[in-house]
Ligand binder design. Structure first.
Ligand code: SAH
Ligand code: TYD
Ligand code: ZN
Length: 410
C-alpha cells in the first residue's frame, strides 16, 4: 500500500492548486522500535486548494489502514484540559440533542471513550466507531459500546438496521481525517433521524494560517476546513450547515453542526463566520501563499536557533511527541543531533523513536534528570497544562523554545 496521488478535489472533482510542499514525510503516529527502521513508510506531504469549492486538502492520500490500526498510539484522555472539554461536550449533547426517551448518539473516532463515557454513564443509547482496536478496547473498559470499524456509507447503513436512526452523530478531530468524506456524509445523511444533527470539530484553517501552525498539516489531517468549504461539501450531500462555534482547544477549532437540508433554521453565527471569512480572505489562494512564505521563514529561524545552540554546547530536548511534531522535525531536518530526546506521557510512544527523525521518546520523569538547557515545546496546544506541571524547568534556568506563531525563546 503506497500513498495515492489525488487527481482532483476529493469533494467536488474540481482542480486543486498546490500551495505548500512540506516534502517527504513519515506516518505522523508511527513511533518506531529499532527493528522497524528499515521498513519505514514515507509519502509526499503537500497542501492544495480546490479552485471550485475552496476546500483545502492534501494532494496525497495515505491508506487508512496504515494510520489507524491495533497499535495506533494517540490517546485522547491524557490531557486534563481535553478530558474536561469532552465531559462538557457530552453533558451539552445530553441536555440539548439527546433528551427524548430512547435517544441515540453515534460517535466517530471515539478513541479511548473520552466523550462517550459521559453519555454511557447517563444510560443513553450510544455507539462509538473506532477502527483502532487498542484504543477501542480502552473505551470498552469505560463502559462504552464500540464497533471496531471505519465509519462510512456501508457501515452507517448497518447501524441504521441494527439500532435505528441517530439523533446525534458526533466527531472530534476525526472528520478532517477522512479523505472519503463523500461516503461519510452520505452515511451520516442516511443514519441521521429527520431532526438529527452531525456535530463535528476540527482545526480551523483561519487559526492555522493566523498562527503559522504548519505542524497541523500531516497525514491524518487530510482536510483543513472553513465554514465556506464545509457548507459547500454539506450541500452536495443534502445536508446544511446550521451552526458554528469557535473552540479554543488544539490551537483553535470550529465546531460545525449539520442537519438535513431545510430541517433547521441556521443560527446567525453561520452568516457571521461566513462574513468574517470573506473579510479575512481565508478562503482565497493568496492567504495560503502568504502562509507558505511564513512557514519557510519559520523553518529557517528554528533551524538557525537550534544550530547555534548546538555550537554553543547547550543541551536541547523537546516536550510532547505529538503527531504534529513529525511535520516539524522532518520538514526542518531536526534529528537527535539537534534534539536529544522528547518527553511524552503516552505509554505506547515511550521507548520508541519518533517517525522519520528518530529522536528517542522518554517518559516525562526523564525531563528533570537532569533538565536540558532548552526544550522545544512540540505540544504547544497544551502549553498551559504543561507549564503548570513543569514549573521546575524554568526555575532551574531552563528555557522553552516556541515556534508557533513565531520562533521565540522564553
Ligand atoms: N475524538 C478523539 C480522537 C481523535 S483521533 C479526540 O478528539 O481526541 C482520530 C480517531 O479517529 C482515531 O482514534 C482513529 O482511529 C479514528 N478513526 C479514523 N478513521 C475513522 C473512521 N472512518 N470512522 C471512525 N473513526 C475513525
Ligand atoms: P496532541 O497535541 O493532543 O495531538 P497530536 O498528536 O495530534 O499532535 O498530542 C499531545 C501529546 O503530548 C501526546 O502525545 C501526549 C503528550 N502530552 C504530554 O506529554 N504531557 C502533557 O501534559 C500533555 C497534555 C500531553
Ligand atoms: Zn472542490
Amino acid at each position: 500500500m503506497t500513498a495515492l496521488a489525488v487527481s482532483g478535489c476529493r469533494i467536488c472533482g474540481g482542480p486543486v492548486t498546490e500551495v505548500l510542499d512540506l516534502g517527504r514525510q513519515p506516518l505522523s503516529d508511527a513511533f518506531l522500535r529499532p527493528a522497524d527502521l528499515a521498513g519505514e513508510f514515507f509519502y509526499r506531504l503537500a497542501l492544495g486548494r480546490c479552485a471550485d469549492c475552496t476546500m483545502v486538502q492534501l494532494v496525497e492520500e495515505v491508506p487508512r489502514e496504515r494510520m489507524f490500526h491495533h497499535d495506533y498510539p494517540y490517546r485522547s484522555s491524557l490531557s486534563s484540559v481535553m478530558r474536561a472539554h469532552f465531559t462538557g461536550t457530552g453533558r451539552e449533547l445530553l441536555a440539548t440533542e439527546l433528551t427524548r426517551p430512547g435517544a441515540f448518539c453515534v460517535e466517530l473516532g471515539c478513541n479511548d471513550g473520552v466523550m462517550l463515557r459521559t453519555v454511557a454513564q447517563a444510560g443513553v443509547r450510544h455507539l462509538g466507531f473506532e477502527p483502532s482496536a487498542g484504543v477501542a478496547e480502552l473505551a470498552r473498559r469505560q463502559g462504552v459500546r464500540v464497533r471496531t470499524d471505519f465509519f462510512e456509507e456501508k457501515t452507517a447503513a448497518d447501524v441504521l438496521v441494527t439500532d435505528g436512526p441517530a439523533d446525534v452523530i458526533y466527531a472530534a478531530n476525526t472528520i478532517c481525517h477522512l479523505p472519503y468524506l463523500d461516503s461519510v456524509l452520505r452515511g451520516a445523511r442516511l443514519l441521521l433521524a429527520p431532526g438529527g444533527v452531525l456535530v463535528f470539530e476540527d482545526p480551523y484553517l483561519d487559526d492555522i494560517l493566523a498562527r503559522t501552525a504548519f505542524d497541523q498539516i500531516y497525514d491524518e489531517h487530510f482536510y483543513y476546513f472553513t465554514a465556506h468549504s464545509v457548507r459547500a461539501a454539506a450541500a452536495r450531500f443534502g445536508l446544511e450547515l446550521v451552526d458554528v462555534r469557535r473552540l479554543p482547544v488544539h490551537g483553535g477549532e470550529v465546531r460545525y453542526t449539520l442537519a438535513h437540508a431545510g430541517a433547521r433554521t441556521p443560527s446567525p453565527a453561520v452568516a457571521d463566520l461566513l462574513r468574517q471569512e470573506r473579510e479575512r480572505g481565508v478562503t482565497g489562494v493568496e492567504a495560503l501563499r502568504r502562509f507558505a512564505a511564513d512557514v519557510a521563514r519559520n523553518r529557517a529561524e528554528l533551524v538557525a536557533l537550534l544550530r547555534s545552540l548546538k555550537e554553543e554546547g547547550r543541551t536541547v530536548a523537546a516536550y510532547g511527541a505529538t503527531a504534529k511534531s513529525a511535520t516539524v522535525t522532518n520538514y526542518c531536518g531536526l534529528g537527535p543531533e539537534l534534539i536529544s530526546y522528547v518527553c511524552d506521557t503516552t505509554p505506547a510512544k515511550q521507548g520508541r523513536l519518533t517517525p522519520g527523525a528518530h529522536i528517542p521518546v522518554r517518559p516525562p520523569a526523564a525531563f528533570a534528570d537532569p533538565y536540558p538547557d532548552y526544550a522545544v515545546l512540540f505540544a504547544w496546544n497544551h502549553a498551559e497544562e504543561i507549564m503548570a506541571k513543569e514549573t521546575g524547568f524554568r526555575a532551574a534556568g531552563g528555557r522553552w523554545i516556541h515556534y508557533v506563531p513565531t520562533v521565540r525563546v522564553r
